[in-house]
Design a protein around this ligand. Structure first.
Ligand code: NAD
Length: 275
């Protein structure tokens, strides 16, 4: 017989969103995990509705509320793919109620990230711009390739996402840029080149360029190109759908239950080398 006592309670803030829905599906499909609830913005039309499995449509007895603090209070772990202002508020609840916080929200400022670091003094937080195994491998390969090739190879990062995405370049593209900069022992801020419009002048040697395309329902595609004279190396990842991020976030949630307070990323969860 299944032992209910060993089940881990996981809540989802922003459960009506694209990632929120995918997370609900991943949690309901996962053994030994209990969905503790879901929240949405107070003005969302889904408040008061029953949480359903996004694919099978099967209903749970849980109603969507706007009470994020209560969700943190009753959950062991809360997964958060919302927006920066909400995530900063949620990190405060995580610290107050000693709840593990898994954060996939992108577009966070340095100031927002300070709030996460503060909360991580009391609880484990896993914060990652991309929760897929493949993209984290791409981060690693990007750093290693940048280490091996000198500035004769121009680094350009191209990302494509669905038409509803609000931030640009994507958090993943920026993380790829950081990994490339790390490989070259430079600071990304000093070499970043992400707006090209009009008479820009020639490309500056050593810069890392970004370009973003938006359209349709693309879940996320990233290519890092190392462009030399007469040759080009391309490292690419294409996400088929959002389930890869949701499954990665659930994996991170289960991993974090055994960790001390602190801020972690998917390299920690997957055991990828940091050097
Ligand atoms: P979305 O707009 O579909 O979903 C966000 C949801 O959060 C919405 O339903 C919104 O109503 C809700 N929300 C906003 N404020 C809230 C609050 N205070 N309380 C409760 N709910 C609130 O967006 P999405 O495509 O699901 O993406 C969400 C975030 O996740 C974005 O920042 C996106 O870039 C990021 N993302 C990260 C990864 C990753 O692997 N790290 C992958 C995909 C998307």
């Amino acid at each position: 017989m299944e032992n209910i006592m060993t089940q881990i309670n996981i809540g989802v803030v922003g459960c009506g969103g694209r990632m929120g829905q995918s997370l609900i599906g991943a949690i309901l499909d996962q053994k030994n995990v209990n969905l503790s609830g879901g929240t949405e913005r107070h003005d969302s039309p889904v408040i008061g509705q029953k949480i359903c499995h996004p694919e099978t449509g099967s209903k749970t007895d849980l109603l969507i509320t706007d009470n994020a603090e209560n969700l943190f209070k009753i959950s062991d772990i809360v997964i958060d793919f919302t927006c920066p202002t909400a995530t900063v508020l949620h990190a405060g609840y995580a610290a107050k109620h000693n709840t593990i916080h898994i954060i996939g929200t992108t577009g966070m400022t340095a100031e927002d990230e300070k709030a996460l670091v503060k909360a991580a003094k009391s609880v484990p937080i896993v914060y990652a711009s991309n929760f897929s195994l493949g993209v984290n491998l791409l981060f690693y390969l990007t750093r290693k390739t940048a280490q091996m090739l000198d500035e004769d190879y121009d680094i350009e990062i191209l990302e494509m996402h669905h038409r509803h995405k609000v931030d640009s370049p994507s958090g993943t593209a920026l993380s790829l840029g950081k990994e490339a900069a790390l490989g070259r022992h430079v600071k990304l801020d000093l070499v970043t080149d992400n707006v090209r419009d009009g008479i820009t002048g020639e490309r500056k040697r050593g810069n890392i360029g970004f370009a973003a395309l938006r359209g349709g329902n693309i879940a996320g595609e990233h290519t890092v190109s190392f462009i030399g004279d007469n040759e080009r190396i391309e490292l690419s990842h294409k996400a088929g759908n959002r389930s890869i991020f949701a499954r990665g976030a659930v994996k991170a949630a289960l991993w974090a239950t055994g960790q001390k307070a602190g801020i972690y990323n998917m390299f920690d969860v997957l055991g990828l080398p940091k050097e």
